[in-house]
Design a protein around this ligand. Structure first.
Ligand code: NDP
Ligand code: 8X3
Length: 253
């Protein structure tokens, strides 16, 4: 019997790479994001390449009603979720708090914290009902343990992801659901373009002189974590580019 994974934020970056890697590993997939054109293209490609079943599902994780109704409308097969990857998230803006845009704060808090809760509540509920355990992989960040100037709200949202991961691990312990938090450093995706509201030059400068991680690097870590024996769990793992020591120190060539 093939396993099924639901990946949020699969229209780009880490989520898209994870869909590719899990698809190659034989998982049936539910891939979600707002940009459904991208999801549909990815779904067609992965079904064709790996002979798996893929369901593309468009919703905005910030909208609880939309999230719940999209998930509840999934065909029965795709509600038998073995693995949930809570990946959808973003940074928006990079300013001191007194100059920050509250609309950016809403986006980060609503997506990175409330969105994770809305999706997890439903999918973990299905796992518990089914009674066969499961695995939840949360994409946190080094920003979940360190705070840097101008990034207070994003860092707060990833500190929250860390707390939610710990909370899920406790709450789901007696249901046999593993919870793993991955905390990457710099990964070159659309992350910085989104953070700088489409300013590509500013986004490119973030990675100047550094070989950053790729979405695929993180996806391979997920592949490893989910193939460990049933009695083994990786609670959390920090993954960094070799040229980055932590949130404050990078060595640029
Ligand atoms: P990308 O911008 O490439 O991908 C983000 C994904 O999240 C997209 O698929 C996007 O899809 C989805 N998403 C964003 N907002 C929403 C929303 N409201 N509803 C549904 N989906 C949404 O960035 P990354 O791949 O880098 O980011 C993935 C995760 O990794 C995030 O949680 C990020 O915080 C975390 N991370 C990233 C690091 C990095 O350096 N890149 C480092 C550490 C952690 P769409 O726009 O189509 O809805
Ligand atoms: C994203 C990476 O550099 O903002 O979580 O901490 S960083």
């Amino acid at each position: 019997m093939s396993k099924t994974a639901l990946i949020t934020g699969a229209s780009s970056g880490i989520g898209e790479a994870t869909a590719r890697v899990l698809g190659e590993a034989g998982y049936d997939l539910v891939i979600t994001a707002r940009r459904t054109d991208r999801l549909q293209k990815l779904s067609d490609e992965l079904e064709e390449r790996y002979g798996i079943r893929v369901h593309a599902l468009g919703f905005d994780v910030r909208d609880r009603i939309q999230t719940e109704s999209a998930l509840q409308a999934l065909p029965a097969h795709f509600r038998q979720i073995d693995l949930l990857v809570n990946n959808a998230g973003l940074a928006s803006g990079l300013e001191h708090i007194d100059e920050g845009d509250p609309l950016d704060w809403d986006k980060m808090i609503d997506t990175n914290i409330k969105g994770v809760l809305y999706v997890t509540r439903i999918v973990a509920g299905w796992m518990i009902q089914r009674g066969q355990g499961g695995h939840i992989v949360n994409i946190g960040s080094i920003a979940g343990s360190q705070v840097y100037e101008n990034g207070a709200v994003y860092c707060a949202s990833k500190h929250a992801m860390h707390a939610l991961s710990e909370g899920m691990r406790i709450d789901f312990l007696h249901h046999g659901i593993k919870v793993s938090e991955i905390r990457p450093g710099m990964v070159e995706t659309e992350f910085s373009t989104v953070r700088f509201h489409g300013d590509q030059q500013r986004a490119d400068n973030v990675y100047k002189g550094i070989e950053p991680l790729t979405g695929h690097d993180i996806a391979e870590v997920i592949r490893w974590i989910v193939t460990l024996p049933a009695h083994v769990n990786i609670n959390e793992i920090v993954v960094m580019p070799n040229q980055q020591a932590d949130a404050h120190y990078t060595y640029r060539k």
